[in-house]
Ligand binder design. Structure first.
Ligand SMILES: *Cc1c(COP(=O)(O)O)cnc(C)c1O
Length: 390
């Protein structure tokens, strides 16, 4: 086998850029103080954390004191949903979300259902969009929180976040959005967009893993998720991971600065790949919205083939893609996102996600297609699924 290695799984995680790694290394080497300490070592650390807080705030049109560092997107989503639900419990117990959210939103909502909250999970259409009229219809006097992701991690579809947020604001309902797959791909201004809270993850935008942020609009009440310290204005206990926060700040600054160039490149790659897929394969389906999408995520279903088999063979050739979302790796359940979009089980189980970064090239796509053609042909001829009735 060739030694070629191709990384087409950037929606699972990204390679930290050199600038990011350099700043983190400098921090590891020269700044080890605890940001909560009242001496010069502590002050050095605070200075770095504050700079990163401003970098994150500037990237989304927030104020630095509205940014709370967390361990990543999962914690930020868990915290926003649980924290707002309990802080607003006296007003009602109803939460609205969608069927295609990340598991860190869906599982937190299910836990809250066990605790007496009521949750409406909105349907999506075949492109992955929720229906605004249905959302309006579901709002009651007991609705306290709406949580809708900005961009979906499996198919890339972008929701009409601003309209939803405005409606929530008018009705005095908190609006949270999981923007993990959107920051660095689309422009944000949380103030102008009426967003109350928003999750960001560093490792999806060429920063380090294990760090992220929750933006919380000033003045909104939220319960703590992690207690045991006065850090992050008393709302998120625990000594901050200073080098990771420094890397995150740099990564988000670069992601927003280079957004137009990155989007142009990944859009070109996505269009090239989709054309190649359509030219070389029959019985396939490209999933998601053709226009309202983040660039760089292509989700394609191959009828009568198991995605796991495609993945395993591509991996032998050094090519990394994913089936459904990485978070569900290991489960053979069809993707909840694709099922909500109306795909049948067989088509959903034959779906792979190819996700690009600015580092990918057309030549890599050519090699990928060349490798994929015999794999799909072979798997289809031996597939027991083949016999199903059309
Ligand atoms: C990756 C991802 C998360 C989780 O972020 P982590 O930092 O890995 O915990 C949440 N939501 C979406 C849409 C994601 O893609």
């Amino acid at each position: 086998m060739e030694n070629k290695r191709i990384y087409f799984d950037n929606a699972s995680t990204t390679k930290p850029s050199n600038e990011v790694v350099r700043e983190m290394m400098q921090t590891y080497v020269s700044v080890f103080g605890n940001p909560s300490s009242l001496h010069s070592f502590g002050r050095d650390a605070v200075e770095l954390v504050d700079r990163a807080r401003k970098q994150v705030a500037d990237a989304i049109g927030a104020k630095p004191n509205e940014i709370y560092f967390t361990s990543g997107g999962t914690e930020a989503n868990n915290w926003a949903i649980r924290g707002f639900a309990y802080a607003n419990k006296s007003k009602g117990n109803h939460i609205i979300t969608s069927k295609i959210e990340h598991s860190s939103v869906l599982e937190e909502c299910r836990k809250l259902e066990d605790e007496g909250f009521e949750v409406t999970y909105l349907d999506v259409d075949d492109k992955g969009l929720i229906n605004f009229a249905e959302l309006l219809h579901c709002i009651t006097s007991r609705t306290i929180l709406i949580s809708i992701m900005t961009a979906n991690n499996e198919v890339g579809t972008i929701q009409h976040i601003q309209a939803i947020a405005k409606t929530a604001r008018e009705k005095g309902i908190r609006f949270h959005t999981d923007a993990v797959q959107a920051v660095g791909h689309i422009a944000f201004n949380v103030e102008a967009m009426s967003i109350d809270s928003m999750s960001i993850s560093s490792h999806k935008l060429c920063g380090p893993k294990g760090v992220g942020a929750l933006y919380i609009k000033n003045g909104l009440k939220i319960d703590n998720l992690i207690v045991g310290g006065h850090q992050e204005r008393g709302l998120r206990g625990g000594t901050q991971n200073v080098p990771a926060i420094v890397g995150f700040g740099k990564a988000i600054e670069l992601a927003v600065k280079d957004m137009a160039i990155t989007n142009k490149k990944t859009r070109m790659l996505s269009e090239y790949l989709i054309k190649k897929l359509q030219d070389n394969f029959n019985e396939i389906k490209i999933n998601g919205h053709s226009a309202q999408r983040v660039q760089g995520i292509v989700n394609v279903s191959f009828d009568n083939v198991k995605a796991e088999s495609i993945l395993a063979i591509l991996d032998l050739h050094g090519i990394a893609v994913s089936a459904g979302s990485a978070c569900n790796a290991g489960s053979t359940e069809p993707s909840h996102v694709l099922k909500a979009m109306g795909l049948d089980d067989i088509l959903a189980q034959g779906s792979i996600r190819i996700s690009f970064s600015k580092y990918n090239t057309k030549e890599e796509i050519d090699y990928f297609i060349e490798t994929l053609i015999p794999i799909v042909t072979k798997l289809r001829t031996i597939s027991p699924l083949r016999k199903r009735k059309k």
